[in-house]
Write a protein that binds this ligand. Structure first.
Ligand code: CAA
Length: 256
């Protein structure tokens, strides 16, 4: 059984599914390699315009595999270079939607936060419980979480390790929307299909500017936005989109 399964359920949409149910989808080396490989391939595939990342009904992912690191030392952890396996997910130029049911804990919550949109089931739980096993988040949990929800909500989660419900996550801005558990994947796929129908270069520029701009001074970020905005006027899809509007027809975007 593959621990990371890639499917093409809709036109322009790839579905990446973590499939390690016996361990609540804990992220061991094999899962990490599988995710890195999948995102590397999908980033290059012109047929793919949006990606849905999911787990199963019980768990999106229950974090890094504790059993695989319980006896490790610092040098061994350094040599594992886990950050290299996160990099293709973080650098994915295409819109990524996390469809979260069940547990999104530790590295699982960090994985969800690598996505651009998070659709959560009502029963989903988000948390950074690393402190409870003697460590701290190591894949962006202290940084992406704080940027998403602010210092005081983040500190509460990070210092207590206590998980929060999907509704609480929604209230603090950690998810995009909450839907009934049975509708999570369908909602995410429908959303991905809608986004896949958008001009891919515009989607790519939006993602790049939002992410890069969030860490830049406002003036520099606004300049990034301006340049990306201007750049799109050299795309065929900009001509197609505006002409289709004027001619009152549906646009057909080519990704050029
Ligand atoms: N690592 C390794 N194995 C895990 C795991 C994890 N993170 N989470 C669950 N499992 C395993 C359990 O050990 C158990 O295996 P066995 O059947 O062999 O005993 C199996 O999955 C089922 O787990 P439970 O019996 O515990 O299932 P549950 O439904 O009662 O509880 C849970 C589910 C609340 C997710 C609980 O398993 C749990 O608390 N897991 C650990 C969560 C955690 O601490 N995550 C942070 C990890 S550190 C990290 O992620 C670092 C980082 O920033 C990168």
């Amino acid at each position: 059984m593959e621990v990371v399964v890639v499917e093409r359920p809709r036109e322009g949409v790839a579905l990446v599914r973590i499939n390690r149910p016996e361990a609540r989808n804990a992220l061991n080396g094999e899962v990490r390699q599988g995710l890195a490989g999948a995102f590397t391939d999908l980033a290059r595939d012109p047929e793919v315009r949006a990606i849905v990342l999911t787990g199963n009904e019980e768990a999106f992912a229950a974090g890094a595999d504790i059993k695989a690191m319980a006896e490790a030392g610092a040098v061994e952890m350094m040599l594992r270079e886990a950050h290299r396996l996160w990099a293709p997910i973080a650098a994915c130029p295409k819109p990524v939607i996390a469809a979260v049911n069940g547990y999104a804990l530790g590295g699982g919550c960090e994985l969800a936060m690598h996505a651009d949109i998070i659709i959560a089931g009502e029963g989903a739980q988000f948390g950074q419980p690393e402190i409870r096993v003697g460590i701290m988040p190591g894949a962006g949990g202290t940084q992406r979480l704080t940027r998403a929800v602010g210092k005081f909500k983040a500190m509460m989660m990070l210092l207590t390790g206590k998980p929060i419900s999907a509704r609480e996550a929604d209230a603090m801005g950690l998810v995009s929307s909450v839907v009934p558990d049975g509708e999570v994947l369908e909602t995410a796929l429908t959303l991905a299909e809608t986004i896949a129908g958008m001009p891919p270069l515009a989607a790519r520029q939006i993602k790049e500017v939002v992410l890069a701009g969030a860490d830049a001074p406002l003036e520099a970020a606004l300049m990034l936005e301006r340049k990306a905005f201007q750049l799109l006027f050299d795309s065929e899809d900009q001509k197609e989109g505006m002409r289709a509007f004027i001619e009152k027809r549906r646009p057909a975007y080519q990704g050029r």
